[in-house]
Ligand binder design. Structure first.
Ligand SMILES: [Zn+2]
Length: 140
């Protein structure tokens, strides 16, 4: 059995089970697939992607003055980032690992030693170095 995330032309998303991948192709070709919500027969496989809040899909004013200045741009980026991410200071390694293990999407930033970073990377925890220092520091 194989499960697919399907999407109708009215953007209803639903799961459907098939005996095999060719089963899906067969049913699709014969027009047997139907949206359980609106009975639409225009069904396709949904693209697998993490849910993105509608707000972040909106284009931020890309022609503002700030964007002409690399420093202002970085600052803007930092503000955006800090609004979406929790500062956890030197508990970063601990928090990042806990989030990774729980599977809950949450963003944190903080300080970690080179050794902690190495160990997190080895455990497959996704990490990014920041192009700036967080403003709030645990030892400030
Ligand atoms: Zn539908």
């Amino acid at each position: 059995m194989i499960v697919y995330d399907l999407l109708c032309d009215r953007a209803h998303r639903f799961e459907a089970w098939f005996g095999s991948a060719s089963d899906y192709d067969d049913q699709q070709a014969r027009g047997l697939l139907e949206c359980p919500l609106c009975a639409s027969k225009s069904i396709g496989k949904a693209v697998m992607a993490p849910a993105v809040p509608a707000k972040s899909n909106q284009k931020t004013s890309s022609h503002s003055l700030a964007n002409d200045d690399p420093l202002a741009r970085l600052l803007q980026l930092q503000r955006q980032f800090e609004a979406q991410s929790d500062y956890v200071g030197d508990r970063f390694a601990q928090e990042a690992r806990a989030i990774h293990e729980s599977g809950v999407a949450r963003s944190v930033h903080g300080e970690a030693s080179a050794e902690e970073v190495k160990s997190l990377r080895e455990d497959g925890v996704p990490l990014l170095p920041l192009p700036f220092r967080p403003r709030a520091r645990s030892d400030a």
